[in-house]
Design a protein around this ligand. Structure first.
Ligand code: AMP
Length: 117
């Protein structure tokens, strides 16, 4: 069940500010407020989905494909495609998910090593 009051829903609605990296009608990418690496960006689709499984199960292939294409475009824009990066999506209790709106962490700008988010 999607929580309309989650913090990323408020960011999409402009009720809470964010440091925007890229935005279009369907996606938003912004800096994580508590970065764990030199580059730490969050990417979200502007649909009401709780986590990865919800997203890929309940939205069309076009919507899903477009989102992941934008993730790659942002990786290029961030200048970390050649140096490397890590993308992570936490889900549920065991995944340590804090915000119940599907999001991708993009980590890079340095060697990530064993550091996980
Ligand atoms: P997760 O544990 O995968 O749900 O990660 C949620 C992420 O959201 C954490 O890395 C937080 O630092 C980040 N976060 C929480 N609130 C904000 C906010 N207002 N702006 C940017 N990032 C946020």
């Amino acid at each position: 069940m999607y929580d309309n009051n989650n913090i990323f829903a408020k960011i999409i609605d402009g009720k809470i500010p964010c440091k925007k990296i890229y935005e279009d009608d369907d996606t938003l990418f912004f800096e994580d407020i508590n970065p764990v690496s030199k580059v730490h960006i969050l990417g979200i689709p502007k649909v009401k989905c709780v986590d990865f499984s919800d997203f890929v199960t309940n939205y069309s292939q076009d919507v899903v494909s477009n989102f992941f294409q934008k993730v790659d475009e942002v990786i290029v824009k961030l200048g970390i495609r050649e140096s490397g990066y890590r993308i992570i999506s936490n889900s549920g209790v065991d995944g340590g998910q804090e915000v119940p709106h599907f999001h991708i962490h993009i980590l890079g700008g340095e060697t990530i090593g064993a550091k996980i988010r």
